[in-house]
Write a protein that binds this ligand. Structure first.
Ligand code: NDP
Length: 354
């Protein structure tokens, strides 16, 4: 079933991988809906760091490729197998969707088991703001490392979109949360989100020393129970030092979850022995794989937003134009030679698609 659909739509595509100017907003056909799919008329799409990996070459999608993996919008059409009794939504409902075919477009395809009807009080803008990063933060603090009250939890890049959400959730559970950021302005944001301590990282800064001080003095238990690290290459080595190392404090967990500074290098498992560390490298998709997983985590996420336990922070909203979408990538620029000046974003970037 479907509302009447146009022939063509605007979409932000890449025809080849490369620097920011490979992004083009073009007119292309509105996609066909397969039996297990949903077509969403999008209103807002969320920008994620992963978009730069797909554009720049860290990940290799089939080309041409429409950027974006999440949106808030209205169901425009559903495939023949998608019935309301099973999935809980129908044509015309407002939904959040984790898309399969690109969300920086006027219409986006998603598998029916990755679409959730929005409750009253959650706008399509909220949905695009929180879906991917919120589900990531929520599933990771429960399943990648189960955060417990009283633990020291380190969140690297604590003022990033995901970082701010991880800080809030870990704090709400009752952990003592330590964040790292590159600037004092970002440190303030991380503190506002609930970080108990924020340490500045970067050239010439003694991050390990600072965090040992926070977590205990010389010779006592020190270090953190778990690190959530989306920075990757630049922080991976010190994560090992920062995980607890005293007799009563072995068995820490390194959750390596992203590559903002580049992919982490290969390492020997022998490195885990001295402190019986665990390293996990989760991806959101595998925690919200089934319909039940997706729907129950999404419900929990929206409840947290409605109760004000998870505050959303939007850095900027961009139009669905070539210039607008290129600007999102300038703001989270991934090229050789990152500079502090290019690391402008804190909180979420959105593309307004309607
Ligand atoms: P953001 O852009 O919001 O945050 C990334 C942060 O990384 C920046 O704010 C910046 O903070 C920090 N950073 C450190 N080094 C660099 C660098 N060299 N260049 C740019 N930024 C750098 O991104 P997201 O919150 O969307 O994503 C955060 C991470 O989580 C990414 O690595 C992403 O891939 C990953 N992720 C993984 C998922 C999964 O399923 N595994 C799902 C969702 C996200 P500062 O300036 O303070 O250093």
């Amino acid at each position: 079933t479907a509302q009447s659909l146009p022939q063509s739509m605007r979409a932000a595509q890449i025809l080849e991988q490369g620097d920011i100017d490979v992004i083009q907003v073009r007119d292309i056909d509105v996609p066909e809906v397969a039996s297990d799919e949903v077509l969403v008329k999008t209103e807002f799409a969320g920008v994620n760091f992963i978009d730069t990996y797909f554009r720049g070459g860290v990940y290799k999608p089939a080309l041409p490729f429409i950027l974006g993996n999440e949106c808030g919008g209205v169901v425009a059409a559903v495939g023949s197998d998608v019935d309301e009794a099973k999935y809980g939504f129908k044509v015309g409902d407002r939904v959040a969707a984790y898309t399969a075919g690109g969300s920086f477009a006027e219409y986006a395809l998603a598998k029916a088991n990755k679409v959730a009807k929005l409750p009253e009080g959650i706008s399509t803008r909220d949905a695009a703001t929180v879906l991917t990063q919120g589900l990531t933060a929520l599933t990771f603090v429960k399943e990648a490392h189960e955060v417990k009250p009283g633990q020291f939890i380190l969140v690297q890049a604590a003022a990033g979109g995901l970082g701010l959400l991880l800080v809030q959730l870990a704090k709400a559970i009752g952990a003592t949360v330590i964040g790292t950021t590159s600037t004092p302005e970002k440190a303030e944001l991380a503190k506002k989100a609930g970080a108990d301590h924020v340490v500045l990282y970067g050239e010439g800064r003694d991050v390990v020393g600072e965090i040992y001080k926070i977590t205990g003095g010389e010779g006592i238990d020190r270090g953190v129970h778990a690190v959530f690290d989306g920075v990757g290459k630049d922080t991976f080595e010190i994560d090992f030092e920062l995980l607890r190392r005293q007799a009563s404090a072995r068995k820490g967990t390194l959750v390596t979850l992203g590559n903002a500074s580049g992919p982490v290098p290969p390492f020997s498992p022998l490195k885990l022995g001295p402190k019986n560390l665990k390293v996990v490298r989760p991806v959101l998709n595998q925690y919200v794989h089934t319909l039940d997983e997706f729907q129950s985590y999404t419900r929990e996420l929206f409840d947290l937003v409605q109760q004000g336990k998870l505050r959303l922070s939007v850095h900027g909203e961009y139009p669905l134009t070539t210039e607008g979408v290129r600007q999102t990538h300038k703001d989270i620029r991934l090229t050789n030679g990152w500079t502090a000046a290019s690391r402008k974003t804190s909180g979420k970037l959105l593309v307004k698609t309607a």
